[in-house]
Design a protein around this ligand. Structure first.
Ligand code: 3NM
Length: 222
């Protein structure tokens, strides 16, 4: 995989949809609808009670990857380095509790996207030193999609990171909706990543459209 330079990653973060089988009954259908609505990046996150394992996890990943490939959007795997390599994913996303980002970068090489969740300026600087391509910053707002989410931090860290001169692509996560996405963008995020605002929406396609419209107009006003 090549071609996801910093500008491409920044653009791809605009509407970063995350899901697995725990978040919706048919992740493939929801992903298709999200892509129709204009989703710019996807993360396969197979986590939580009842999450698939082994062959079933791989099989769903293959379907989701093929869907992203067809649409030309980056396909990212959450946490699982072996799965990311087996699926020839465009990248991997790791949290602070997962394998160190430096190890991940060495394992996946330069051609794949590495995303890292950061909760402090120090963690952000370390992730950048380790070779991260983007940082996930959250939870900005309360979320019920992550069992072990940290305390809600609002937009403070986004602002701190930009004020500290950190220019790396940043994506806001946690409780983001079309109604509050603009706040995160105005605070320095390049986009929003969402689970429930799309996976649990009556129309995922419309939900993505509305989120994207909110992000685009906030980016214009910056
Ligand atoms: N990571 P929703 S919050 C996967 O704070 C994840 O790092 C978070 O789901 C973090 O859009 C979160 O439904 C869940 O709130 C986001």
């Amino acid at each position: 995989m090549a071609g996801w330079n910093e500008a491409a990653v920044r653009r791809a973060l605009r509407l970063y949809f995350i899901a697995g089988s725990v978040n919706c009954s048919s992740p493939l259908d929801v992903l298709r609808a999200a892509i129709e609505g204009g989703a710019t990046m996807f993360q396969y996150r197979e986590k939580g009670a009842g999450a698939l394992e082994g062959k079933a996890k791989l099989a769903l990943g293959m379907q989701l990857r093929d869907c992203c490939r067809e649409a030309g959007i980056p396909f990212i795997v959450n946490d699982d380095i072996e799965l990311a390599i087996a699926l020839d994913a465009d990248g991997i996303h790791v949290g602070q509790e997962d394998a160190p980002a430096g190890d991940i970068r060495r394992l996946v090489g330069a051609g794949r996207i590495v995303g890292v969740s950061a909760h402090t300026v120090e963690e952000a600087r370390q992730a950048i030193a380790d070779g991260a391509d983007y940082l996930g910053i959250g939870p900005i707002f309360p979320t019920s999609s992550k069992d072990d989410a940290r305390a809600v931090q609002g937009t403070r860290l986004l602002e701190e990171l930009r004020n500290a001169g950190i220019a790396l692509p940043l994506v806001a996560i946690g409780g983001l909706t079309a109604d509050n996405a603009a706040i995160a963008i105005r605070s320095g995020a390049d986009g929003v990543s969402v689970i429930s605002a799309v996976a649990a929406a009556p129309s995922p396609r419309l939900a993505v459209r509305q989120l994207l419209a909110a992000v685009a107009s906030a980016l214009q006003g910056r």
